[in-house]
Ligand binder design. Structure first.
Ligand SMILES: Cc1cc2nc3c(=O)[nH]c(=O)nc-3n(C[C@H](O)[C@H](O)[C@H](O)COP(=O)(O)OP(=O)(O)OC[C@H]3O[C@@H](n4cnc5c(N)ncnc54)[C@H](O)[C@@H]3O)c2cc1C
Length: 254
């Protein structure tokens, strides 16, 4: 298991009705490599009754995995040892969402060193991206790191029109905000991508809810026989399952 550290919350902001930005600070974050934005990391959510000392002991013991969830580095501020993590606020059923909803300056959380960003660079600098709000931080950070001449289309499925966020994308990347008609409507994003005029040169990045991602995985792999080295397709969560259960199902299909 990755080594876990403790970070303090230095800022909390509701960046849209369904997304909370939490800024985390730790000396360890100063060691994160530059360009790590868009990489994912593990967070360990404290139990409500734990103070920081008890949480520190908990991080080294059993039961940690039950409180571990996967999130993304949205921004890195190396000089101050801070990162922004953007949480979809999907209620208090899950420990991570519930923690973010009540996080305040001085709250604490466990975190691991992040992995590498996932958006694959395309030789032609053409991109097709389709994500929901959980994968928006990974995709947006990837797009913001692209060269100014990059081109392509970036589809984002959001829960309400007020969930549109600013993004510093190259001018050749067209943003398309797709508003879900209901919580379990999985068709809009799939239909938009199925209609997309693929040139075959795009680097494709697809991530979000299991069913949507599954439909698009089938489309690219089976129907389009799209080159595997130009594809990143990954489900980030599954309706009705906690993260560990989703992970087990995911390994059967990915
Ligand atoms: C590589 C990677 C990067 C990720 N990055 C981010 C990120 O930056 N921001 C982010 O918000 N999420 C991100 N996720 C998704 C996040 O890990 C899951 O949504 C996770 O299940 C949330 O944990 P939880 O404790 O809130 O809910 P859990 O305890 O895991 O689940 C409780 C219930 O909530 C449901 N649920 C989980 N997520 C959602 C959701 N988004 N909407 C509605 N219901 C949900 C579950 O189906 C379950 O019924 C990422 C996932 C991966 C694999």
């Amino acid at each position: 298991m990755k080594r876990m550290n403790i970070a303090q919350v230095t800022w909390v902001e509701n960046i849209s009705p369904n997304m909370i930005r939490v800024r985390l600070q730790s000396e360890t974050i100063r060691e994160f490599p530059t360009g790590i934005e868009g990489g994912h990391l593990k967070l360990v959510i404290p139990l409500p009754e734990q103070n920081e000392k008890a949480f520190g002991r908990f991080l080294g013991g059993f039961g940690v995995r039950k409180r571990m969830r996967t999130y993304t580095v949205r921004h890195l501020y190396r000089e101050t040892g801070e990162i922004d993590v953007d949480f979809v606020a999907h209620g208090d059923e899950g420990p991570a969402s519930s923690w973010a909803l009540s996080a305040k300056v001085g709250s604490f959380i466990g975190f691991s060193f992040p992995g590498h960003p996932k958006l694959k660079r395309s030789r032609s600098e053409k991109y097709l991206i389709a994500v929901d709000m959980t994968a928006f931080p990974a995709a947006a950070a990837g797009v913001e790191a692209l060269p100014a001449h990059a081109k392509g289309d970036f589809y984002v499925e959001i829960l309400s029109e007020d969930d549109v966020q600013p993004i510093n994308a190259p001018s050749g990347i067209n943003l398309h905000w797709i508003i879900k008609s209901s919580a379990n409507d999985e068709t809009h994003l799939v239909n938009a991508i199925r209609r997309y005029p693929l040139s075959g040169e795009e680097s494709v990045f697809i991530a979000g809810e299991f069913e949507t991602v599954g439909a698009l995985r089938y489309y690219f792999r089976q129907e389009q026989t799209y080159p595997k080295d130009q594809l990143y397709i990954s489900s980030y969560w599954k309706r009705g399952l906690i993260e560990a259960e989703h992970k087990r199902v995911k390994t059967l299909v990915a």
